[in-house]
Design a protein around this ligand. Structure first.
Ligand code: ZN
Length: 246
């Protein structure tokens, strides 16, 4: 955020609060324990330092409580002590999908835009809840790892949704929140390249959980999440090895 924008944010904030601590939290990262959110956390910590970053993990009845463990491990690794695991327990009462119901097969149905793993509206809830916490911490940025380029047909990973949700949240909270989505227009290959530049390539490759079948690192190799992740990694590795040979 530019100085001008930050000053404007501060003035806005100061309407109701006497003083803003210079060391206050700047960003809340939505941290799932997967590849995308791990790189988001690395980016935010690089930008602001661990003490000014907070992370939030949501439990919404997904199959793998293991995700929470990976999220905790990542927060610990980066020294982010403000990490909350928050339950969205109502989710299972209003919808279902293959991530939440083990009896449903993880697949992309023929003719369907989305795989059976879509959790309807998930990012809308995540971003709003993260922004509410951000406001209470005095932070104006919310990081999310959503990607339109590789979005698997999930409607709440599109740029149009992110723009709209930012506007909605600003109106709902009267708070100048900015949704930071660094991978919105990036492919998985570009994400791996960024992880490498940030010095977290091995960490992300080995200590995140993206697989829908709950297998860490390279995963099962068969589910849609693994296919996307591993294809991007393969493409990046091809260049990486060439680069290292030179
Ligand atoms: Zn998998």
């Amino acid at each position: 955020m530019s100085h001008v924008a930050r000053d404007a944010a501060r003035m806005w904030y100061n309407r109701g609060v006497e003083q803003v601590d210079e060391n206050s939290v700047r960003a809340v990262v939505v941290l799932s324990g997967g590849q995308d959110s791990a790189i988001c956390l690395a980016l935010a910590v690089r930008r602001y330092g661990a003490a000014r970053v907070a992370a939030i993990t949501f439990r919404y009845g997904q199959r793998h409580a293991l995700e929470t463990r990976f999220a905790r491990g990542l927060a610990r690794h980066f020294g982010v002590t403000r990490h909350k695991v928050v339950s969205l327990g109502f989710y299972r009462h209003i919808t279902t999908n293959a991530l939440m119901d083990p009896s449903r097969r993880i697949a992309r149905r023929k003719g369907s835009a989305c795989p059976t793993t879509v959790v309807e509206g998930r990012n809308a809830f995540f971003l709003l809840a993260a922004a509410v916490w951000a406001k209470s911490l005095g932070a104006t940025e919310v990081y999310t790892g959503v990607s339109e380029a590789d979005y698997s047909g999930y409607p709440d990973c599109r740029a149009a949704f992110i723009r709209s949700q930012q506007r909605t949240i600003r109106l709902a909270l009267d708070w100048p929140v900015r949704i930071v989505a660094p991978f919105l227009h990036k492919t998985k290959e570009q994400e791996w390249a960024l992880a490498d530049r940030l010095g977290v390539f091995e960490l992300v490759r080995d200590h995140t959980l993206t697989c829908y079948n709950g297998i860490p690192g390279a995963g099962c190799g068969k589910c849609p999440a693994c296919r996307l992740r591993n294809a991007g990694l393969k493409e990046y590795n091809a260049h990486r090895h060439e680069k290292h040979k030179v």
